[in-house]
Design a protein around this ligand. Structure first.
Ligand SMILES: [Zn+2]
Length: 297
């Protein structure tokens, strides 16, 4: 039985190579329970969420890591987000007929963007690569090649039951290593990737982490760390929705109020409803103009 809702780090004892395995289960169901995604869209979303977790696991940050796919295809937007502490959320917007199994047909000739935003929205990193290849992992590989980051490979799988992923990353070599050692490390990195290629979707989705690693890397000395929990976490709040209504403008918001008696905004990520009556709406637009919508709370 495989590990559930967790992220687990492992290390090659004799090589400058590390890895991560991730599985999302309850978090995956929470993420898709209010949505009826076509299978192909659901599976790419699951892979994107697993990838966001794996990317987040390799860096230290205190904000949000977003993985976004945008293109002219039937799925015009797909977003997976991971906060520090491994809380995830995600959504996809699609037209009818989103059934292609290849991501370059599903999203089309668009872009994959990885964004890192700190909690105070100050620091921001963004990397963009074109979507190419059949699978999300192909575009992610291009992302790692282009962004001058550590050599990294990902394997991803998602279905109705959950999403899983494995990451392998080559760590920077020691400046003192001899060139012969460098070549040996390169050979080892190639070998480890080739072995990674033999991991099947079924193995990744059903086997325990220890079993996956035993099957793949039984020749290597591996250290497996304690797993960290992964969970569904939406970042929406009444303050954020108030800010959004401020952005929409007073005239538009009041028109909605007149039409429906109150203004209801439903979060696209978690389906939570935020309801604003006439008094609430008045409060939003009576706040100081420089307050940015936080004054009412
Ligand atoms: Zn929400």
């Amino acid at each position: 039985m495989r590990d559930r809702d967790c992220l687990r780090r492992f290390l090659f004892e004799q090589l400058p190579i590390r890895g991560q395995l991730v599985h999302i289960d309850a978090a995956w169901h929470a993420l898709i329970e209010h949505r009826e995604y076509p299978e192909a869209v659901r599976d790419v979303l699951g892979e994107a969420v697993a990838a966001a977790l794996l990317l987040a696991s390799t860096i230290k940050f205190d904000g949000v890591l977003s993985l976004q796919l945008q293109g002219p295809g039937p799925v015009h937007l797909l977003l997976a987000q991971c906060t520090e502490g491994f809380g995830v959320r995600g959504l996809a917007r699609h037209r009818d007929g989103a059934s292609a199994s290849r991501i370059d047909e599903l999203v089309g000739a668009g872009n994959l963007t990885v964004t890192l935003e700190s909690e105070d929205r100050g620091r921001r990193y963004e990397g963009v690569v074109p979507i190419e290849g059949a699978r999300l992992a192909d575009s992610l590989q291009r992302y790692f090649e282009n962004s001058e980051q550590l050599p990294t490979r990902l394997w991803l799988h998602a279905d109705a039951n959950g999403a899983s992923g494995m990451l392998l990353q080559k760590l920077p070599g020691d400046a003192r290593t001899a060139s012969g050692e460098d070549a040996a490390i390169e050979d080892a990195w190639r070998r480890v990737q080739l072995i990674g290629e033999t991991l099947t979707a079924e193995e990744l989705g059903t086997l325990a982490d220890s079993e996956i690693l035993r099957r793949l890397f039984h020749e290597d000395d591996l250290r497996l760390f304690e797993s960290a929990p992964v969970y569904f976490r939406c970042r929406c709040s009444r303050e954020r929705v108030s800010g959004m209504l401020q952005g929409l403008g007073e005239t538009e918001t009041r028109a909605l109020l007149v039409e429906r008696g109150n203004v209801e905004v439903r979060c696209d990520f978690c389906n939570r409803a935020y309801v604003f009556d006439a008094v609430d709406v008045a409060g939003i637009f009576q706040g100081p103009s420089t307050g940015g919508g936080t004054s009412i709370h």
